[in-house]
Design a protein around this ligand. Structure first.
Ligand code: 5GP
Length: 138
């Protein structure tokens, strides 16, 4: 497995070298909106310390991230009055991973509504509104 690349896009988001729409952070983790949302309210949770994915993460990194994943799952379910929540996580390119800093996707889901296909850039203002909705229930 390749080494962690400190110039991956999420490392740049953590260093605030590129903008992101943050919804929650604590000492160990950050939650921010996905720029190509596959459902309204789609967000990502990452550790603030470096690791590529589940395969090289420490138990402590995983525990911290999962605490925030659960918190954000409750938050998006409430904020969007969702029927369920999808949590996705990919490891290495063959596993579907595109950004090589550990992240979990958290998506509120509604009965009978499919996720949108991947790869479409979201509307910036709408994403910002969705972030405010999530923050208001935290
Ligand atoms: P994965 O590695 O889990 O397959 O996909 C990476 C995810 O990061 C995708 O859902 C994609 O939309 C999201 N993403 C990629 N670049 C950026 C970015 O610059 N900002 C944000 N907020 N999300 C991004």
């Amino acid at each position: 497995m390749a080494d962690y690349d400190p110039d991956n896009i999420f490392a740049k988001i953590l260093r605030e070298e590129i903008p992101s729409t943050r919804v929650f952070e604590d000492e160990e983790t950050l939650a921010f909106m996905d720029i190509m949302p596959r459902a309204d309210g789609h967000l990502l949770v990452i550790p603030k310390t470096p690791c590529r994915n589940v395969l090289d993460a420490t138990p402590e990194q995983l525990a911290a991230v999962m605490r925030t994943v659960q918190k954000m799952a409750h938050a998006v379910k409430t904020a969007f009055n969702a029927d369920g929540v999808t949590i996705q996580q990919f490891n290495e390119a063959a596993g579907g991973q595109e950004v090589f800093h550990l992240h979990f996707h958290v998506l509120p889901r509604h009965e009978g509504e499919s996720m949108r296909p991947p790869g479409s850039m979201g509307d910036f203002d709408l994403i910002a509104q969705h972030a405010e909705k999530i923050k208001s229930v935290l």
